[in-house]
Design a protein around this ligand. Structure first.
Ligand SMILES: [Mn+2]
Length: 329
């Protein structure tokens, strides 16, 4: 791939940022997904290789299915153990805007310098240094380039993390973001020794009985608009407790609404403990769900986006379904 000069300049600026810092806080977004955690540990790995001290952190509990990742156990769960220290240098990965960092922002010194590395097209360049590459399928794809630019050779630990981020953000190398470049990088990672088949089985196929029960509950509630273009499911705040499922088990449920023939937009509504509702939108291509989510203060990608709404659930559903219906007209 021919890299744009401006992208290479961003990568060099990122490396200069790292060079200038000694101790760096590395954070990703709240309710982290595979790309968020893989990016966190890949940056941690790179910082170690460059002789920097890194503190890895996330606001939320980490998805336990990612516990095979190198440095997974090193990531601090902010809500349980907020660090006393404030950090002057921060690297944020996979965060489309500053609010995605969540409460961890409380650990930033007031004059903290921030390096923002992300692939969301809605990223608003909130860093003092920004590496934003909307063509990248995942933030780990940018980190692959950054590591290569730094001249550091990949090992199996880091290759496994990058592969994990690519696999999860491309839905198993199936979504439209699965570019020739993604497959090229995946090929390089497999050559390093990554167990692609095992990761696919572990991350995409296996599920707990609790997750299956949650899915069963969601499918019972699957609802469609009259013209069958919009499908949605909702999960109430008691449902996770009732089924024994955890929030990472919600991943993928929205696809059941989207995958029905003729459906243009699938939505998963999830009620939080405070009564607010988190909506995850997926588009088959006709609607730009990032634009719809943005009108509710959210954001994301054209085909995958999210927003947080006020409760009660029934109001959130009627408002968002109406907005999607208008966008599809
Ligand atoms: Mn991502």
């Amino acid at each position: 791939m021919i890299m744009q000069g401006s992208y290479l300049k961003q990568l060099d600026d990122a490396l200069a940022f790292i060079k200038d810092a000694n101790q760096i806080l590395v954070v990703s977004h709240v309710q982290p997904d595979g790309d968020a955690i893989s990016s966190t540990v890949a940056v941690g790995w790179l910082l170690q290789k460059l002789g920097k001290s890194a503190v890895l952190i996330n606001e939320d509990e980490l998805p336990s299915r990612l516990n095979y990742l190198h440095l997974f156990d090193a990531i601090i769960h902010y809500k349980l153990a907020p660090p006393e220290q404030k950090f002057d240098a921060v690297i944020a990965v996979d965060c489309a805007d500053f609010t995605r960092i969540g409460e961890v922002a409380g650990s930033f010194a007031s004059e903290a310098k921030l390096l923002n590395i992300d692939h969301h097209p809605t990223n608003n360049a909130f860093g003092s240094v920004n590496v934003i590459q909307a063509e990248a399928a995942a933030t780990v794809e940018i980190l692959f380039d950054l590591i290569e630019r730094a001249g550091v050779a990949l090992d199996l630990d880091c290759a496994t993390a990058i592969y994990t981020g690519l696999l999860t953000d491309t839905g198993g190398f199936r979504y439209s973001n699965t570019s020739p470049r993604v497959m090229e990088i995946a090929s390089r990672l497999l050559a390093v020794g990554v167990a692609g088949n095992e990761l696919a089985d572990h991350l995409l196929e296996k599920m707990t009985l609790a997750k299956l029960k949650l899915l069963q509950m969601a499918l019972n509630r699957l609802t469609f608009s009259d013209n069958l273009e919009i499908g949605w499911v909702y999960i109430g705040k008691e449902d996770l407790r009732e089924t024994g499922a955890v929030s990472e088990d919600l991943e993928g449920i929205v696809n059941y609404a989207l995958n029905v023939d003729g459906v243009q937009v699938g939505i998963l509504f999830k009620e939080s403990d405070d009564g607010s509702v988190k909506a995850s939108l997926r588009s088959a291509g006709k609607a730009n769900v990032a634009a719809i989510a943005q009108t509710f203060g959210g954001g994301g990608h054209v085909r995958a986006a999210g927003c947080r709404m006020e409760g009660p659930m029934s109001d959130a559903i009627s408002q968002l379904v109406e907005a999607v219906r208008k966008a599809l007209m």
